[in-house]
Design a protein around this ligand. Sequence first.
Ligand SMILES: [Zn+2]
Length: 302
Amino acid sequence: MKTLLLTIIFISNLISVDFDYQLKPIKLSENSYYFYGKEEYFSKENGGDIVNCSFIITPNSVILIDTGSSLLYANQMKKQIEQITNKPIKHVIITHHHPDHFLGNNAFLQSDIFASLYTKEEIEKNGDLYITNLVNIIQGAMKDTKIKVPNQILTSQILDLDGYKLKILHLNGHTKSDIAIYDENTKILYASDLVFNKRTPTTPHANIEDWIKSLEELEKIPYSILVSGHGIASTSKEPIKETISYLNYVDKTLKQSAKQGLDIYEILNKPIPKEFQDFTMFKEEFERTVINLYPNYEKDIK
Ligand SMILES: [Zn+2]
């Protein structure tokens, strides 16, 4: 009996399969694609597939923008890219230090991984903590995910990768350092988490004033396609305008509420304004934002 049980355990371990993200790249232009992340919070069911990652096939190599939430995700993304091109993924750009954007780095050991100095330092400092948290939530799909710190620091405004030039915009507000990338060759703007398209923005490290300033910069860019960090890619300026409008709403609501002496529950009970009713995750994200930012507004009043 015991032998039979052990045999069953042994076999079931052998056939335990890795989480399948079922990734399919979406074409943006001739040589540019993105993987669309689900508009959900991290979960065991989605394996952390909640973010948009993009890639550009250049004449000599592939440039990848952000690496996702886990090693498995990144490896499956790599496989999908390899089905389209046999050029090597030589360059990876990490837009900021949130875990859904860089925890797949370890799949790209042969690549140059670029990030701002601040982002690199945050990954070094807090990377392991992010993994511990996500292992609790996502579990199996986080298998073998380890920190790989970026090995190239972004400082210039133009990045020349094997002769393919990208405009690097050093912005902030969603975090203390947010990189947006403008590809003048295709007129595609990769805005990362500075822009959320119909998906309520996350604000754990936000500075609303700086964020709005950064969005005003992005609005001036004559792009044809905008790839946001979350939500589907767009051809209009609307996602930028809507993100600004949401941030203004948060700022105004929290300022007024502090003046009126409201508590968090009273703020959360306010009806959702009409213009944000089609945003996904409004309730959860607005709640997190209020809990996170309201104490500062209350302090300012005192
Ligand atoms: Zn983020």
